[in-house]
Design a protein around this ligand. Structure first.
Ligand SMILES: [Zn+2]
Length: 192
């Protein structure tokens, strides 16, 4: 571990499983954050869902949420309970079932039999390639995941809740602003 790494960075590097996947040792005398960033980019190149990360017009903070979401690293109640935290594990939206990633983002109102793997396969298939449809799918999905997570946190920690319609409208407006002109037209067919 290079000496110039701050104590916080040392802690992060020591605890986050992702960092264990760094392939090369960090070099002293060079920016640590930059080295990690570049290695994570390479890491993403090797995962089957890399298409979700590239040419995604969603906001960077939404892409970061997506990155955690796909790897099931968002701090859902299921994960907190697994770490022996004494909390109420029910989903804040339905107040009935255990809050897991798949319940929050995939299964909630899903009609058919679906699990995370089939969902991810569908996502990868729909986001691959350079078509406008693929770019719409990944941007809307990314902003949608981010919006659900923010809404969950606001309900959980700030006792503020908005309707599904309001959240969906906000996602639609954000995507419409960020979409390149060609994609904007396609987007409007989908969501307006
Ligand atoms: Zn629920």
């Amino acid at each position: 571990m290079p000496k110039q790494a701050s104590w916080m960075l040392r802690k992060i590097l020591a605890t986050q499983p992702t960092w264990n996947e760094l392939q090369q040792p960090l070099k002293a005398g060079k920016s640590i954050v930059r080295q990690i960033y570049l290695q994570l980019l390479e890491y993403n190149v090797r995962v089957p869902w890399k298409c979700m990360m590239f040419r995604n017009a969603a906001r960077p903070k939404a892409i970061f949420t997506l990155w955690l979401h796909i790897q099931d690293r968002l701090l859902t109640k299921e994960r907190l309970v697994a770490w022996d935290m004494d909390i109420e594990p029910k989903c804040i939206f339905c107040d009935a079932l255990l809050e897991t990633r798949d319940h929050l983002f995939v299964l909630k109102d899903h009609p058919g039999p679906v699990n995370w793997n089939t969902h991810l396969q569908w996502l990868i298939k729909s986001s691959k390639g350079n078509s406008q449809a693929a770019q719409v799918v990944k941007m809307v999905y990314t902003e949608g995941v981010h919006a659900i997570w923010i809404e969950r946190n606001q309900r959980q920690f700030e006792q503020m809740s908005r309707s599904v319609e309001v959240v969906a409208k906000e996602v639609a407006v954000t995507c419409n602003i960020r979409a390149l002109p060609g994609i904007q037209q396609l987007l409007r067919q989908y969501i307006f």
